[in-house]
Design a protein around this ligand. Structure first.
Ligand SMILES: *Cc1c(COP(=O)(O)O)cnc(C)c1O
Length: 327
């Protein structure tokens, strides 16, 4: 378990380097659901997602010589962006390894954030092998995306901000993939007020944490394309932290399908004036679907990220409800 004190220390450590994001009441959702619903606008975080919190907390705890040697990861998504930005801001240097199949816009985005990019092989596994080699041969520090106490504590700072801004909150809706965000937020809010319900929301297409909790141990699930691309990937068969924490701390895990996620993205845009990515819209999606009708408010939903391709966003706003395997 990760203590409230550890999360409070993380908050002190990172507070100058991140944005404390607003929590705003949603008139539209409150009226629809019949209880106060507030949205934590974490897609306004620097780099466009909460991943900056954990990445910053982890980098700030490296020794000076580790920071000088640099950090490394194989993520081209929000974790890779956050690491690239945080490393540059803290005088370190990130190396991001990726396969040659990664699209050029992602490569240039990571470069723009100051990381050096290494293109190796033709799969994520090849990129990970290069990471392992550079860790062993050059002493770079690998920073994992979710399964690490410093990452979990960093993400938990979001939970502290929610209970401070909304002391009467009764339920928190957390987008769930590897579980770093959910474990950290649940540890934080339940340490302050154990009766607060924390509900993980994830996509039907590849719900690895849900399947693992049901099985009683980490399992792999088949992955498909989804609007919530940031929720893709497994929890790791050797999961050391987030599986146990999510199993114990989450009151419930709710699944949403693709058309529900699309409706969440549309609602965020049309009624809240917010541009969120699929992963960031799953809380709204679950509320709109009425799968949370039994949950008592006041409710806070975390909008975890905003990094969506704008052409895709336009298509969703115009009514696109499914994302094909090949499209
Ligand atoms: C990574 C990510 C998540 C899921 O976080 P986990 O800690 O892996 O559960 C949710 N939303 C966005 C936008 C993300 O980037």
């Amino acid at each position: 378990m990760i203590s409230l004190e550890t999360i409070e220390q993380a908050r002190e450590r990172i507070v100058k380097h991140i944005r404390s994001t607003p929590l705003v009441m949603s008139a539209a959702l409150s009226e629809l659901i019949g209880t106060q619903v507030s949205l934590k606008l974490e897609h306004h975080q620097l780099t466009g997602s909460f991943k900056l919190r954990g990445a910053t907390n982890a980098i700030l705890q490296l020794s000076q010589s580790e920071r000088n040697r640099g950090i490394i990861a194989a993520s081209t998504g929000n974790h890779g962006r956050a690491l690239s930005y945080a490393a540059q801001a803290m005088g370190s240097r990130a190396t991001i390894c990726m396969s040659r199949l990664v699209p050029e816009n992602k490569v240039s985005e990571i470069r723009r954030l100051g990381a050096s990019v290494r293109i190796v092989g033709s799969s994520q596994d090849d990129a990970q092998e290069e990471v392992d080699r550079l860790v062993a041969e050059e002493g770079l520090s690998m920073i994992p995306p979710f399964d690490h106490p410093r990452i979990i504590a960093g993400q938990g700072t979001l939970g502290l901000e929610i209970v401070q801004a909304m002391p009467q909150v009764a339920a928190v809706l957390v987008p769930l993939s590897g579980g770093g965000l959910a474990a950290g937020v649940a540890a934080a809010v339940k340490a302050v007020r154990p009766e607060i319900k924390v509900i993980g929301i994830t996509m039907e297409r590849g719900a690895a944490m849900k399947a693992s909790i049901d099985a009683g141990h980490p399992v792999q699930v088949e992955e498909h394309r989804s609007f919530a691309d940031s929720l893709g990937g497994g929890i790791g068969l050797a999961n050391a932290w987030t599986f146990q924490m999510c199993k114990i701390l989450l009151d419930e895990v709710v699944l949403v399908d693709e058309s529900e996620i699309a409706a969440g993205i549309r609602h965020a845009y049309e009624y809240e004036r917010q541009i969120v990515e699929g992963a960031g819209a799953v809380g709204i999606a679950a509320l709109l679907s009425e799968k949370l009708a039994h949950v008592e408010g006041p409710i806070a939903a975390i909008l975890s990220g905003g990094n969506i391709d704008m052409a895709l966003h336009r298509n969703v706003v115009n009514g696109l409800n499914t994302i094909g395997e090949g499209s």
